[in-house]
Design a protein. Structure first.
Length: 226
């Protein structure tokens, strides 16, 4: 869970344009997605450019995909245009800035009394020891580079080899369900402009709060992609 205010930035707006790029079986699913971004509501099948009023802090986004609801945060920039497209095999949709589009980083300082795990975009992870800081790059596959990214704080048991599925006889869904029990908190953020995100985790309430502490420079981005 993420806490924070969502006050409108007076007069600041961004636009979202839908581009229908073809992937196998993607249009039917994409067309049925219902989006709500800061109160502006539209469908994947809509053809009109959407104007989004921006918040002072994070922009609040929802995508309803069939029976699933994905709530995620983003930070749009004033007078920027963003492109919303159908995803391929690894995402229902992608959303990318026309200008200065970049992935970002997640930084977490463990202030609890035990080691914890940080998992970013499901496949980037590391153990964060007590009173230590860890920064991970929110990388994604090239085909779905700009999709929402999950940020999880987990017990270190989450990383046990017992939960490594290797096409064996175990049931994948049951295995995933067992591993999920060690998740302490999760939130989703959509990287658009190389945001540097700081994660604050309250161990007692198990709540996550995000802060933007800067943006990656061109030199930092080049180094991360090496």
């Amino acid at each position: 869970m993420t806490i924070g205010t969502f006050l409108n930035s007076f007069g600041q707006t961004a636009t979202i344009k839908i581009e229908r790029h073809f992937f196998d079986n993607s249009f039917e699913k994409f067309d049925s997605i219902y989006f709500d971004i800061n109160g502006t509501k539209f469908w994947g099948k809509d053809t009109l450019t959407q104007t989004i009023r921006l918040n002072d802090n994070f922009d609040k986004c929802t995508a309803i995909i069939g029976k699933d609801t994905l709530n995620f945060l983003a930070k749009f920039q004033n007078r920027q245009e963003y492109v919303l497209r159908p995803g391929c095999c690894c995402a229902a949709f992608t959303m990318q800035a026309r200008q200065n589009a970049n992935r970002g980083t997640i930084t977490f300082k463990n202030k609890s009394d035990k080691d914890l795990g940080l998992v970013v975009c499901e496949h980037n992870s590391d153990t964060v020891k007590i009173d230590s800081v860890k920064t991970l790059f929110a990388s994604e596959s090239a085909m779905c580079l700009y999709k929402p990214c999950s940020i999880q704080i987990v017990e270190t048991t989450y990383f046990s080899d017992d939960y490594n599925y290797e096409n064996d006889e175990r049931n994948y869904d049951e295995l995933w369900g067992e591993q999920k029990k060690f998740e302490l908190g999760q939130v989703w953020f959509h990287f658009l402009h190389g945001e540097k995100i700081e994660v604050n985790f309250d161990a007692k309430s198990e709540k996550i709060e995000l802060n933007i502490i800067g943006h990656l420079t061109n030199a930092e981005i080049e180094e991360l992609w090496k």
